[in-house]
Each structure stands twice: as C-alpha cells, then as structure tokens.
Ligand binder design. Structure first.
Ligand code: CP
Length: 338
C-alpha cells in the first residue's frame, strides 16, 4: 500500500473521542494522511478539500497548541474555525451543553472541544450529530497521541521493529500518559509508565495496553524502578500539577515527584542510549518535570512534536470530514503531473 491509498476510505466511527475506539489500521491511515498532506503543503502545494466547511472549537480549558493547530489546519484546507468558550457564548450561563451541541450541529460541519469532563465531549458528539473531535478531556488526549506517533515515526530508531521500541512515560499519569499507553502499544511498541505508586497509571489503561500487546506484539507496564529507564528509545513527560481545576499544591507534587522523576541529564544517561529522544506535550514547567538542559538540548523533539499537532489536525479534519482519500488522490494526481 502506497502513501496515497487508505485502507479505510471512510472512518469506522463518526467521532474521534479516544484512540482506543480505532484499530491499528485506522490509526495508521490517519498518520499516513497526516504525513502525505504535510509533505505536499511543505513543498508549496495548496489544498481546498474543506472549502466552505466550518469547525466549531469549544475550549473549556486554556490552549495554545490545540487551538492554533486546528485553526491553522482548517484555514490551510480551505475551511474556517470558530474559537468559542464558555463566557463568550451562552454555554455555562443560560444554556446546556446538549442545546449548545444541537446549535453547533445546525450551523457547523464539525466540532472540536477541550472539555473539563469526558462526558461533555460524549454529549457534544451525541447531540451535535456532526463529527466531533476530542481536543483533550480529563480521560484522554487523542489528538496529542496522533501528533506524538507522527513525531516518533519521523525519528524512528534505525533498524528497529516496533516490538523493539521502548517508550517510557515519566512522572504523573495524566490523560496524555493514558493515550500514549494506548496508542504506542496499538502500534506495537513497549510502554512503561515510570512514576510514583500514588500517581500510577490506572490498571484499566495497563489492561488496554496488555491487550494491544497480545494483538500487536508490544507490552505495557508500570514501574518505579530506575532500571526500567534502561534501553528507552523515547522518554516522555508531562507537568506534575495537573491541568484541571483541582490542581495539586506545589509542595505536595514536588514531594511526590522531585527529584526522582525529573527528566534531567542524569536520567538521559540512565537510559544507556545515546540516541534516546525526549518528548513533552507542552506546556512545560521548566526545571520541575524537565530541566532546561534536556528541553533545549540535543535529545529534545518537543518543538517538532508541537509542530506535529498541526500535522495531525489536518489529517483528523480531513479523515473525519470524510475527504481524506479524495485529498490523497488529488495530491497523487498533482505529483504525477510533475
Ligand atoms: N499539548 C497541548 O494540548 O497544548 P495546549 O494545552 O497548548 O493545547
């Protein structure tokens, strides 16, 4: 199969709420679309696949990368994105999420939302009736997961098969940790959550990772033993305080995580892999979960990873907008003319 042919011409589900809802071949289709469209746009190509299509974007939480990447993706594909938030619209004051969703569905072609509670993204999907993309909930961060897997494929360890690749997520078991456990094992890699026992990834996610391992050959485990850093190909971390309302006080989280779970030069050394790569979903609390020397150093892919949020969002709006194969056919036609 070439880079222009998808196994799934249409998505198997209307909405993209969790990577766990999709099998490996469909995740690969999304990643393939993302990388092919990125090459085309970077080489000066123009696309209009989402001409006259509108994406309603609802943010119940702050965002830099998710907001910019969806807005830029829609514009680059000929469409438009509306940036909406409680306080700026009637939601949260006089109107329910269900009624808000119904209005989105009457006026817009797709919805993307960052929500406080996962049930809200499910309600938006159900009541809008249009394709709905989860821009992060308290449970998962699936668009981050797609961008991160693109970054991993872009920096694949030479000569390794997926089952030889080790991804170690360090620190707090955030929603990003849940998604990386799910999607890395779905793509056949070995996942370790290295963190303190009182912030351990939920057994539910380890079970999902183990089942992916049975099907695709990778593995999933939790550990607080530094030996499990050995042989890591990718070290990933996220903030320690949580991004939601009930943020952990600094003295509590520092006691739980610092210094053992800080990604610093010693931790890079402890992997024993001079080619280990560092990932961070950002924003970072510099010199807490990661030192400046690592975030700005030669192992870091954090800003490539940020850029790949855009790479991922283009594919997601094309795929769930049901124009991905059509777009790849068009790109192939343009390339063949050269
Ligand atoms: N990683 C991420 O989702 O970044 P934002 O919160 O800035 O969107």
């Amino acid at each position: 199969m070439d880079g222009y042919t998808l196994r799934h011409k249409e998505p198997s589900k209307k909405d993209f709420l969790d990577t766990a809802d999709f099998d490996q071949s469909e995740i690969v289709d999304i990643i393939k679309t993302a990388r092919t469209v990125r090459s085309f746009i970077k080489s000066g190509g123009y696309l209009n696949s989402l001409y006259h299509k509108n994406l309603a974007m609802l943010f119940e939480q702050k965002s830099t990368r998710t907001r910019i990447s969806f807005e830029v993706a829609m514009e680059q594909l000929g469409g438009h994105a509306l940036n909406l938030a409680p306080g700026a619209i009637q939601l949260g004051a006089h109107e329910t999420i269900e009624d808000t969703a119904k209005v989105f569905g009457r006026m817009c072609d797709m919805v993307m939302a960052r929500v406080d509670r996962h049930e809200s993204i499910e309600a938006l999907a159900k009541y809008s009736g249009v394709p709905t993309i989860n821009g992060m909930s308290d449970r998962v961060h699936p668009t981050q997961g797609i961008g991160d897997m693109i970054t991993i494929f872009d920096n694949w360890p030479k000569g390794k098969r997926p089952n030889d690749v080790k991804v170690v997520f360090v620190g707090d078991a955030t929603q990003v940790c849940n998604t990386i456990c799910e999607i890395s094992t779905k793509l056949g890699m070995n996942f370790v959550h290295y963190g303190p026992k009182n912030h351990k990834i939920a057994d539910e996610w380890l079970e999902i990772g183990r089942k992916n391992g049975e099907r695709y050959g990778g593995s999933a485990k939790w550990s607080d033993d530094p030996k499990d850093l050995e042989g890591a190909d990718f070290l990933y971390t996220d903030v320690w305080y949580g991004l939601y309302d009930k943020e952990t006080p600094k003295d509590v989280y520092m006691k739980d995580f610092y210094p053992k779970y800080q990604v610093n030069d010693e931790m890079i050394e402890a992997t024993g892999n001079e080619n280990v790569k560092f990932l961070h979903c950002l924003p970072a609390n510099r010199n807490e979960e990661v030192t400046d020397s690592v975030l700005d150093g030669p192992h870091s892919l954090a800003f490539d990873e940020a850029e790949n949020r855009l790479t991922a969002q283009r594919a997601l709006v094309l795929y769930f907008g049901r124009v991905a194969q059509m777009t790849l056919d068009y790109i192939k036609e343009q390339q063949d003319k050269k």
